[in-house]
Design a protein around this ligand. Sequence first.
Ligand SMILES: NC(=O)c1ccc[n+]([C@@H]2O[C@H](COP(=O)([O-])OP(=O)(O)OC[C@H]3O[C@@H](n4cnc5c(N)ncnc54)[C@H](OP(=O)(O)O)[C@@H]3O)[C@@H](O)[C@H]2O)c1
Length: 440
Amino acid sequence: MNASLRIGVAGLGTVGAAVVRILKRQDNALSQRCGRAIRVTAVSARDRGRNRGIDLSGVRWFDDPVGLARSDDVDCVVELIGGEDGPAKDAVEAAIGAEKHVVTANKALIARHGLALARAAEARGVTLAFEASAAGGIPVIKTLREALPGNAVQRLYGILNGTCNYILSRMEFEGLTFAACLADAQRLGYAEADPTFDVEGYDTAHKLAILTSLAFGTEIDAEAVYVEGIAAIAPLDLKMAGELGYRIKLLGVAERTRTGIEQRVHPTMVPKSSAIAQVMGVTNAVTIDADAVKELTLIGPGAGGEATASAVVADVADIAARSARAPFGRPVDRLEKGRRAPMQRHEGGYYIRLTVHDRPGVAAGVATRMAEGDISLESILQKRSETAATKDPHGRSGAPVSLVLITYAAAEAAIRAALDNIATDGLVSEAPQVIRIERE
Ligand SMILES: NC(=O)c1ccc[n+]([C@@H]2O[C@H](COP(=O)([O-])OP(=O)(O)OC[C@H]3O[C@@H](n4cnc5c(N)ncnc54)[C@H](OP(=O)(O)O)[C@@H]3O)[C@@H](O)[C@H]2O)c1
């Protein structure tokens, strides 16, 4: 058998410790499959005294991950520290500079610096692999890079953040508020102490930027992703969505449109019958629409130590077997500069919930403004609170009531202009809730 592949693991937290565990557990099967053994020879973390439940005897310890990256007894550095800059980036750059392969689960690093790192890896003749950086244990990067060359991808969309999906699932089924579900997610360890990154959509945006590049053969463009989080979703929106035949999910969507490539992350209404609507709790899912395969949906664990480590080990095994591919499926110079489609040019259906004054003529005023913007309404529903209805059965109390509109496909710019006019007319008492509808 060939000389073993020597691994240096930088970061021994949730994922790093699980990688060390799996490499040991699958030791024999991996060497049979790859034609050589895979051995962890070096590790790095901050606290040497911490019990991580893994056997590190005979493994060299580095306090500094850059030292590990440059160490002579390491062929492949597995970066599991996290963060788009700082020690993670330093270690990855040092590893590539020292002509070592790199495997990482770090979506922030790849979304921001993936192109430059891939270029550097290419120049040094080493591999950069990041399967675990998008959708954790789901092999979506491999699928896009290796399984679909006979396809032109038209659209890719997914639930890429388990914390948000958990919160929205509980809000829907238990009628709870966003704040209550977030507190539970934190208590159960699904959400970070600072959940901003997850609930405001940035984590999804990083993953989407990576997947967009692989789906369309374009340079990563994380700056181009339009991002909206889930904090403003109210239980009433989930209830209304249900009554109208939809569910609300935080989706990352990448689509080739007439105006260019759209990348957007926002709460989205999806038909209840769609595959993605069935995905509940912390589970992730990605649907790929492509010309030959039509629709392909991958569903599975998007996070968790062992599930994420499963994807990391797959990359390590490719390197050991010398079967790793170019990071973005083709040499960096052959990636296209994708044309950005501005969000204002987005076209689709919309759910709009307006809080209007309960008085005659309001619904007609709203409908007129929509018609002026060439926006066709599929339905218009007025939801009065039970108290308002009891106090004034004729609907003239002037109290705030919800008016829900579902539009046919319309341009984002037209919707925004119509809503501005409605606000100027004094018809609404609160900012409108706008949720885009994703077609099947
Ligand atoms: N957790 C998941 O489910 C998941 C899923 C997909 C992707 N990822 C990605 O995987 C990566 C790791 O995530 P994680 O959840 O395993 O993080 P984690 O549990 O916080 O572990 C981070 C590790 O990095 C070490 N570390 C931090 N700063 C360091 C430094 N300056 N030098 C050396 N070591 C340092 C820490 O050392 P100490 O242990 O000594 O503090 C710890 O072992 C991140 O990029 C994350 O986005 C995670």
